[in-house]
Design a binder for this molecule. Structure first.
Ligand code: NDP
Length: 309
């Protein structure tokens, strides 16, 4: 996989995979209901009126209803006090109809994200951010895994097969993406380097990678000459930038680009993900999958048939 292919990289098809994972979750939900009388329940909490977060939350609600889940969305004003938010989390922890709780991040200023995440019952933590779930992943015993890196590792396994022995570089060390991504690659026996804003000679580090995951939030930062010929490149970044067209730019219109300079990069990489239309599509699908996993475990069923990890 590391030889130059002299053509265009193949696209890693997250769209088809997301559709498949959603259909599997819907089928599992049907089975849980028919065989055990359990409807998987997902509660999504949004505090404040950030437009991007509203879009994500709407999509999570819509896709979970389509999959036959019991779906509730709690919309709270940005002025919600910390103790009220924590009280809601405790109510959802105790609600037997709810198996998954997701508090949309980032929270408005003044709210303590860590305290809110820590208040979620780890068995219902479908975002995989609770310290217990992060610790389990870090110790090689994954429970509930953050949705975006989960989608990426599933796709890498599907695309490349056995990952063991491959050199993987993850750019970014956030709790949400970079760290869990690195842990998942390590659990699959890759040799993993985590790069970040203090990394020296980042292009040289990236050129070692058979698998390069960019989770930075800097538009088109990763250039073609940072990529080892034939490598698999996963672009997690979602960046809004103004159009080059001065008319559109003057109208304040923006477009979404990734962290990788896609066109030139696809001449060097073996596999690549576009933005938009790539990684993001799998995130909600993996949320459904995590909710099925949580519901099964909480209800003590399908223990041997769980798919995540
Ligand atoms: P964070 O801002 O939390 O983390 C960014 C990371 O990038 C940090 O570790 C930072 O290093 C590193 N970094 C910043 N600048 C550089 C640089 N010049 N060189 C090397 N490393 C750098 O972001 P997230 O992890 O939450 O998200 C990353 C991107 O992924 C964003 O664009 C976000 O929108 C997107 N995203 C996409 C999702 C999807 O579903 N597709 C889901 C979640 C996120 P340091 O730690 O040293 O500051």
């Amino acid at each position: 996989m590391t030889e130059s292919h002299g053509g265009e990289a193949r696209i890693i098809d997250f769209k088809a995979a997301a559709e498949r994972v959603r259909l599997e979750a819907a089928a599992d939900a049907g089975r849980l209901k028919a065989d055990h009388g359990v409807t998987p329940g997902l509660a999504v909490v949004l505090v404040g009126d950030d437009p991007a977060s509203q879009i994500y939350v709407n999509s999570k609600g819509e896709k979970s209803r389509e999959a036959g889940f019991h779906s509730v969305t709690h919309l709270l004003p940005a002025s919600t006090p910390q103790d009220q938010l924590i009280a809601l989390v405790h109510t959802l922890n105790a609600d037997p109809k709810i198996h998954g709780i997701l508090v949309q991040m980032p929270l408005p200023r003044g709210l303590d994200e860590q305290a809110v995440i820590a208040a979620i019952d780890p068995r219902k933590d479908v975002d995989g951010l609770h310290p217990i779930n992060a610790g389990l992943l870090g110790s090689g015993r994954p429970n509930l895994i953050p949705c975006t890196p989960l989608g990426c590792i599933l796709m890498l396994r599907e695309t490349l097969g056995d990952l063991s022995g491959l050199n993987a570089v993850v750019i970014g060390r956030s709790v949400l993406v970079g760290r869990p991504m690195a842990q998942l690659l390590l659990n699959d026996s890759c040799t993993v380097t985590i790069a970040h804003s203090k990394t020296r000679d980042l292009p040289a580090v990236c050129r070692q990678a058979d698998i390069l995951v960019a989770a930075v939030g800097r538009p088109q930062m990763v250039k073609a000459d940072w990529i080892k010929p034939g490598a698999a490149v996963i672009d997690v970044g979602i960046n809004r930038v103004p159009f080059r067209d001065p008319v559109k730019a003057a109208a304040g219109k923006t477009k979404v680009v990734g962290d990788v300079d896609f066109k030139p990069a696809s001449k060097v990489a073996g596999w690549i993900t576009p933005v938009p239309g790539g990684v993001g599509l799998m995130t909600v699908a993996c949320l459904l999958r995590n909710t099925i996993t949580a519901a099964s475990r909480i209800e003590g069923i399908y223990a041997d048939a769980l798919k995540s990890g």
